[in-house]
Design a protein around this ligand. Structure first.
Ligand SMILES: Nc1ncnc2c1ncn2[C@@H]1O[C@H](COP(=O)(O)OP(=O)(O)OP(=O)(O)O)[C@@H](O)[C@H]1O
Length: 228
């Protein structure tokens, strides 16, 4: 689905890996390692300075940006919802393509476990967890193939974070999505991920199965990181 060949961008140095359809990948590593930078390359919020990225077999820059961002949805730590109602937010993407139908609203809120009367709510009145659910619903409205998640629960309290995790787990299963998630929460990584990319100083130090790489790290660098 994604292939990186000798990619350099900012802190990232010679990044090489392939992500297959329906992989559930956790990007983790020390602060400033380049995790968000790497994630942003996947929906062209950044472009490589050097090297090639392929999406579905075609160089990423040959996909139109709108089509790419429809297929590759991004959910951030702090959801940047537009002013207006929940409905305004979730219909925005499909409306751009003339694809919105009103019956979709209830279904999308069902996916993220919010009641349908939330459609008319002003987003200013939502809690942090509800905002993150709306942000997920807005991304799902585009029927993406890939979900990029940049610390999606780190701004939430423990209980709300667990609820969002459950929503994510159901979504991955139901929509057969490919996932790349940045998280500092290694328990969350164990619960949601099947493959880990450990990044340090702009390099992929280990690429392996979860939980094996947490239980038996192959490098001293990962072992030290896990001890912290
Ligand atoms: N827009 C930018 N312009 C210049 N430097 C940047 C920019 N964005 C990030 N950087 C730098 O690139 C490096 C990697 O940042 P990045 O946000 O990718 O790290 P990260 O691994 O996601 O860190 P964290 O876990 O703290 O979010 C950092 O040194 C950061 O200061």
């Amino acid at each position: 689905m994604f292939r990186f060949e000798h990619v350099y961008q900012g802190v990232l140095q010679d990044i090489n890996f392939t992500i297959e359809k329906q992989d559930k990948v956790i990007l983790f590593g020390p602060s400033g390692a380049g995790k968000s930078t790497l994630l942003f390359l996947l929906n062209r919020l950044n472009d490589p300075e050097k090297g090639d990225i392929f999406f579905n077999g075609k160089p990423i820059e040959e996909h139109s940006i709108t089509a790419l961002r429809k297929q590759v949805g991004l959910v951030l730590q702090a959801p940047n919802l537009f002013p207006g109602t929940v409905l305004d937010n979730i219909k925005y993407g499909p409306s751009l393509f003339g694809e919105w139908e009103d019956h979709q609203g209830k279904k999308l809120l069902d996916y993220v476990q919010l009641p349908s009367d939330y459609l008319e709510r002003d987003v200013d009145q939502l809690s942090g967890g509800e905002r993150q659910r709306v942000s997920l619903a807005r991304t799902l409205a585009n029927s993406p193939e890939v979900l990029l998640l940049d610390e999606p629960t780190s701004a939430l309290d423990y209980r709300t974070a667990e609820e969002i995790e459950e929503v994510l787990e159901c979504l991955m299963e139901e929509h057969q999505l490919t996932m790349l998630m940045v998280t500092h929460n290694l328990n969350q990584a164990r619960r949601l991920g099947t493959r880990g990319l450990f990044i340090s100083d702009g390099k992929i130090v280990e690429d392996g199965k979860i939980p094996d790489m947490f239980d038996q790290p192959k490098t001293e660098e990962l072992a030290k990181f896990l001890e912290q």
